[in-house]
Design a binder for this molecule. Structure first.
Ligand SMILES: Cc1cc2nc3c(=O)[nH]c(=O)nc-3n(C[C@H](O)[C@H](O)[C@H](O)COP(=O)(O)OP(=O)(O)OC[C@H]3O[C@@H](n4cnc5c(N)ncnc54)[C@H](O)[C@@H]3O)c2cc1C
Length: 234
Protein backbone atom coordinates (compact mmCIF):
# COMPACT_ATOMS: atom_id res chain seq x y z
CA UNK A 1 0.00 0.00 0.00
CA UNK A 2 1.89 3.05 -1.18
CA UNK A 3 1.12 6.53 0.11
CA UNK A 4 -1.13 8.51 -2.22
CA UNK A 5 -3.00 11.78 -2.06
CA UNK A 6 -6.77 11.73 -1.76
CA UNK A 7 -9.57 14.26 -1.88
CA UNK A 8 -12.05 13.55 0.92
CA UNK A 9 -15.66 14.68 1.23
CA UNK A 10 -17.07 15.12 4.72
CA UNK A 11 -20.14 13.00 5.43
CA UNK A 12 -20.74 13.97 9.04
CA UNK A 13 -19.29 15.57 12.14
CA UNK A 14 -20.59 14.13 15.40
CA UNK A 15 -19.52 15.04 18.93
CA UNK A 16 -18.79 11.91 20.98
CA UNK A 17 -17.89 13.92 24.10
CA UNK A 18 -17.83 17.68 24.80
CA UNK A 19 -14.33 17.88 23.24
CA UNK A 20 -13.96 14.87 20.94
CA UNK A 21 -15.67 14.71 17.58
CA UNK A 22 -15.94 11.98 15.00
CA UNK A 23 -15.41 13.10 11.43
CA UNK A 24 -16.60 10.69 8.75
CA UNK A 25 -15.66 11.05 5.10
CA UNK A 26 -15.68 9.39 1.68
CA UNK A 27 -12.78 9.28 -0.77
CA UNK A 28 -12.96 9.62 -4.55
CA UNK A 29 -10.76 6.63 -5.41
CA UNK A 30 -10.02 3.23 -3.88
CA UNK A 31 -8.28 3.56 -0.53
CA UNK A 32 -6.68 0.54 1.15
CA UNK A 33 -5.38 0.66 4.69
CA UNK A 34 -4.80 -1.67 7.62
CA UNK A 35 -6.47 -1.31 11.01
CA UNK A 36 -4.21 0.91 13.14
CA UNK A 37 -2.74 3.02 10.32
CA UNK A 38 -3.07 6.80 10.11
CA UNK A 39 -3.63 9.52 7.57
CA UNK A 40 -1.92 12.88 7.19
CA UNK A 41 -4.41 15.74 6.80
CA UNK A 42 -3.41 18.88 4.92
CA UNK A 43 -4.23 21.99 6.97
CA UNK A 44 -4.25 24.68 4.29
CA UNK A 45 -2.17 27.82 4.79
CA UNK A 46 -1.89 27.36 8.56
CA UNK A 47 1.91 27.23 8.67
CA UNK A 48 4.67 29.86 8.56
CA UNK A 49 4.45 32.18 5.52
CA UNK A 50 1.03 30.78 4.76
CA UNK A 51 2.38 27.33 3.96
CA UNK A 52 0.24 24.23 4.44
CA UNK A 53 0.61 22.20 7.65
CA UNK A 54 0.02 18.49 8.09
CA UNK A 55 -1.52 16.68 11.03
CA UNK A 56 -1.69 12.92 11.61
CA UNK A 57 -4.93 11.12 12.58
CA UNK A 58 -5.41 7.42 13.21
CA UNK A 59 -8.25 5.83 11.32
CA UNK A 60 -10.87 4.71 13.83
CA UNK A 61 -13.04 2.63 11.51
CA UNK A 62 -13.21 -0.75 9.81
CA UNK A 63 -10.87 -0.96 6.80
CA UNK A 64 -13.59 -2.37 4.56
CA UNK A 65 -16.42 -0.08 5.60
CA UNK A 66 -17.20 3.37 4.32
CA UNK A 67 -17.40 6.17 5.28
CA UNK A 68 -14.02 6.29 6.99
CA UNK A 69 -14.07 7.65 10.55
CA UNK A 70 -11.57 9.66 12.56
CA UNK A 71 -11.98 10.74 16.14
CA UNK A 72 -10.34 14.02 16.98
CA UNK A 73 -9.76 15.74 20.30
CA UNK A 74 -10.19 19.53 20.12
CA UNK A 75 -7.13 21.16 21.62
CA UNK A 76 -7.01 24.86 22.47
CA UNK A 77 -5.43 27.07 19.81
CA UNK A 78 -4.52 24.04 17.71
CA UNK A 79 -4.59 24.84 13.98
CA UNK A 80 -5.23 21.25 12.96
CA UNK A 81 -8.20 20.58 15.19
CA UNK A 82 -9.61 24.07 14.57
CA UNK A 83 -9.59 23.40 10.83
CA UNK A 84 -11.09 19.94 11.15
CA UNK A 85 -13.78 20.95 13.61
CA UNK A 86 -15.00 23.62 11.20
CA UNK A 87 -15.50 21.24 8.28
CA UNK A 88 -19.12 20.64 7.29
CA UNK A 89 -20.85 17.82 5.42
CA UNK A 90 -20.21 18.16 1.67
CA UNK A 91 -16.94 20.06 2.10
CA UNK A 92 -13.63 18.67 0.81
CA UNK A 93 -10.23 18.30 2.41
CA UNK A 94 -6.98 16.68 1.32
CA UNK A 95 -4.98 13.87 2.84
CA UNK A 96 -1.98 11.67 2.17
CA UNK A 97 -2.35 8.05 3.26
CA UNK A 98 -1.93 5.41 4.49
CA UNK A 99 0.96 5.67 6.95
CA UNK A 100 2.35 3.63 9.80
CA UNK A 101 3.19 0.19 11.02
CA UNK A 102 1.08 0.31 14.20
CA UNK A 103 -1.05 -2.64 13.13
CA UNK A 104 -2.11 -5.85 14.83
CA UNK A 105 0.58 -8.51 14.40
CA UNK A 106 -0.83 -11.96 15.21
CA UNK A 107 1.45 -13.96 17.53
CA UNK A 108 0.87 -17.60 18.37
CA UNK A 109 -0.40 -18.27 21.91
CA UNK A 110 -0.11 -14.65 23.01
CA UNK A 111 -2.47 -12.31 24.81
CA UNK A 112 -2.93 -8.70 23.73
CA UNK A 113 -3.12 -5.67 25.98
CA UNK A 114 -4.14 -2.41 24.31
CA UNK A 115 -3.38 0.67 26.40
CA UNK A 116 -4.84 4.00 25.26
CA UNK A 117 -5.31 7.50 26.58
CA UNK A 118 -8.12 9.60 25.10
CA UNK A 119 -8.40 9.46 21.32
CA UNK A 120 -5.52 6.97 21.40
CA UNK A 121 -8.27 4.34 21.45
CA UNK A 122 -8.99 5.07 17.73
CA UNK A 123 -6.46 2.66 16.17
CA UNK A 124 -7.56 -0.13 18.53
CA UNK A 125 -11.15 0.24 17.35
CA UNK A 126 -9.94 -0.19 13.78
CA UNK A 127 -7.67 -3.12 14.73
CA UNK A 128 -10.42 -5.13 16.46
CA UNK A 129 -12.57 -4.81 13.34
CA UNK A 130 -9.68 -5.95 11.10
CA UNK A 131 -9.60 -9.25 9.24
CA UNK A 132 -6.29 -10.29 10.81
CA UNK A 133 -7.63 -9.73 14.35
CA UNK A 134 -10.88 -11.60 13.64
CA UNK A 135 -9.21 -14.51 11.82
CA UNK A 136 -6.15 -14.83 14.10
CA UNK A 137 -7.30 -13.44 17.46
CA UNK A 138 -5.05 -13.37 20.50
CA UNK A 139 -5.88 -15.86 23.26
CA UNK A 140 -7.34 -12.94 25.24
CA UNK A 141 -7.59 -9.18 24.79
CA UNK A 142 -7.54 -6.38 27.33
CA UNK A 143 -8.29 -2.82 26.35
CA UNK A 144 -7.17 -0.43 29.06
CA UNK A 145 -8.58 3.03 28.34
CA UNK A 146 -7.31 6.02 30.33
CA UNK A 147 -9.38 9.19 30.59
CA UNK A 148 -10.22 11.85 33.15
CA UNK A 149 -13.90 11.19 33.87
CA UNK A 150 -17.10 9.55 32.57
CA UNK A 151 -17.75 12.36 30.07
CA UNK A 152 -14.68 11.25 28.08
CA UNK A 153 -15.78 7.66 27.50
CA UNK A 154 -15.95 6.87 23.77
CA UNK A 155 -16.63 3.75 21.69
CA UNK A 156 -17.77 1.81 24.74
CA UNK A 157 -20.19 -0.33 22.73
CA UNK A 158 -17.48 -1.40 20.26
CA UNK A 159 -15.33 -2.88 23.00
CA UNK A 160 -17.74 -3.76 25.78
CA UNK A 161 -20.08 -5.75 23.55
CA UNK A 162 -17.33 -8.06 22.40
CA UNK A 163 -17.30 -11.08 24.71
CA UNK A 164 -13.68 -11.81 23.84
CA UNK A 165 -12.42 -8.34 24.87
CA UNK A 166 -12.07 -7.16 28.45
CA UNK A 167 -12.62 -3.40 28.33
CA UNK A 168 -11.30 -1.50 31.35
CA UNK A 169 -11.82 2.26 31.54
CA UNK A 170 -9.39 3.83 34.05
CA UNK A 171 -10.73 7.19 35.25
CA UNK A 172 -8.36 9.56 37.03
CA UNK A 173 -11.12 11.93 38.27
CA UNK A 174 -14.42 10.04 38.18
CA UNK A 175 -17.68 11.17 39.77
CA UNK A 176 -18.68 9.83 43.19
CA UNK A 177 -20.98 7.27 41.54
CA UNK A 178 -18.29 5.62 39.39
CA UNK A 179 -17.91 1.97 40.32
CA UNK A 180 -15.12 1.04 37.91
CA UNK A 181 -11.38 1.50 38.28
CA UNK A 182 -10.25 4.83 39.71
CA UNK A 183 -6.74 5.85 38.73
CA UNK A 184 -4.49 6.00 35.70
CA UNK A 185 -3.70 3.19 33.30
CA UNK A 186 -0.28 2.88 34.90
CA UNK A 187 -1.90 2.42 38.36
CA UNK A 188 -4.05 -0.34 36.90
CA UNK A 189 -1.08 -2.12 35.35
CA UNK A 190 0.94 -1.90 38.57
CA UNK A 191 -1.95 -3.27 40.62
CA UNK A 192 -3.41 -5.91 38.30
CA UNK A 193 -0.89 -6.60 35.53
CA UNK A 194 -0.25 -10.31 35.00
CA UNK A 195 1.00 -12.80 32.41
CA UNK A 196 3.55 -10.15 31.46
CA UNK A 197 5.66 -12.34 29.22
CA UNK A 198 2.70 -13.96 27.47
CA UNK A 199 1.34 -10.59 26.32
CA UNK A 200 1.90 -8.26 23.38
CA UNK A 201 1.42 -4.61 24.39
CA UNK A 202 0.07 -1.92 22.07
CA UNK A 203 0.35 1.60 23.52
CA UNK A 204 -1.22 4.70 22.01
CA UNK A 205 -1.78 8.32 23.00
CA UNK A 206 0.07 10.66 25.30
CA UNK A 207 3.87 10.19 25.16
CA UNK A 208 4.38 10.48 28.94
CA UNK A 209 1.93 7.63 29.56
CA UNK A 210 3.67 5.48 26.95
CA UNK A 211 7.06 6.10 28.55
CA UNK A 212 5.75 5.20 31.99
CA UNK A 213 4.05 2.04 30.78
CA UNK A 214 7.20 0.95 28.98
CA UNK A 215 9.19 1.36 32.21
CA UNK A 216 6.68 -0.86 34.05
CA UNK A 217 6.82 -3.46 31.27
CA UNK A 218 10.61 -3.40 31.19
CA UNK A 219 10.72 -3.97 34.95
CA UNK A 220 8.58 -7.10 34.45
CA UNK A 221 10.91 -8.44 31.76
CA UNK A 222 8.81 -7.58 28.72
CA UNK A 223 11.08 -7.23 25.67
CA UNK A 224 11.02 -4.36 23.18
CA UNK A 225 9.73 -6.76 20.52
CA UNK A 226 6.51 -7.17 22.53
CA UNK A 227 5.91 -3.41 22.90
CA UNK A 228 4.28 -1.55 20.02
CA UNK A 229 3.62 2.16 20.26
CA UNK A 230 2.06 5.19 18.57
CA UNK A 231 2.87 8.50 20.29
CA UNK A 232 0.33 11.25 19.54
CA UNK A 233 2.16 14.04 21.38
CA UNK A 234 4.98 14.49 23.91
C1 LIG B 1 0.57 9.02 14.29
C2 LIG B 1 -0.36 10.02 14.98
C3 LIG B 1 -1.72 9.76 15.01
C4 LIG B 1 -2.57 10.68 15.64
N1 LIG B 1 -3.91 10.38 15.70
C5 LIG B 1 -4.74 11.22 16.37
C6 LIG B 1 -6.14 10.89 16.49
O1 LIG B 1 -6.62 9.86 15.99
N2 LIG B 1 -6.93 11.77 17.17
C7 LIG B 1 -6.43 12.91 17.74
O2 LIG B 1 -7.21 13.64 18.36
N3 LIG B 1 -5.12 13.24 17.64
C8 LIG B 1 -4.28 12.44 16.95
N4 LIG B 1 -2.95 12.78 16.81
C9 LIG B 1 -2.52 14.13 17.24
C10 LIG B 1 -2.72 15.10 16.04
O3 LIG B 1 -1.82 14.78 14.99
C11 LIG B 1 -2.46 16.56 16.39
O4 LIG B 1 -1.23 16.67 17.04
C12 LIG B 1 -3.55 17.12 17.28
O5 LIG B 1 -4.82 17.04 16.64
C13 LIG B 1 -3.26 18.59 17.63
O6 LIG B 1 -3.08 19.32 16.44
P1 LIG B 1 -3.35 20.86 16.41
O7 LIG B 1 -2.75 21.43 15.16
O8 LIG B 1 -4.80 21.16 16.63
O9 LIG B 1 -2.58 21.41 17.68
P2 LIG B 1 -1.00 21.53 17.95
O10 LIG B 1 -0.66 22.96 18.00
O11 LIG B 1 -0.26 20.67 16.96
O12 LIG B 1 -0.91 20.83 19.37
C14 LIG B 1 -1.19 21.52 20.55
C15 LIG B 1 -0.98 20.61 21.76
O13 LIG B 1 -2.12 19.79 21.91
C16 LIG B 1 -1.80 18.61 22.63
N5 LIG B 1 -2.40 17.45 21.93
C17 LIG B 1 -2.15 17.00 20.66
N6 LIG B 1 -2.93 15.95 20.37
C18 LIG B 1 -3.69 15.72 21.46
C19 LIG B 1 -4.68 14.75 21.76
N7 LIG B 1 -5.08 13.79 20.86
N8 LIG B 1 -5.25 14.80 22.99
C20 LIG B 1 -4.89 15.75 23.90
N9 LIG B 1 -3.95 16.70 23.66
C21 LIG B 1 -3.36 16.68 22.46
C22 LIG B 1 -0.30 18.56 22.72
O14 LIG B 1 0.11 18.95 24.00
C23 LIG B 1 0.14 19.58 21.70
O15 LIG B 1 1.39 20.08 22.01
C24 LIG B 1 -2.07 11.88 16.22
C25 LIG B 1 -0.69 12.13 16.17
C26 LIG B 1 0.16 11.22 15.57
C27 LIG B 1 1.64 11.51 15.54
Amino acid sequence: MSVQDYICTVKSVRYLTPTVFELSFEVTKPFDFKGGQFISVVIPKAGPQGRDLRRAYSIASHSEKRPIELCVKRVEHGPGTAYMSELHPGENFSIYAPYGDFIYKPKHNKRVCFVATGTGVAPFRSMVFSKSFIEQPPISTFCLFGIRDESEIIYKEDFQNKSDIKWIPALSHPSATWTGFKGRVTDYLRAFGSSWLETEYYLCGNGAMIQEVKEILKNHGVTKESMHQEIYYK
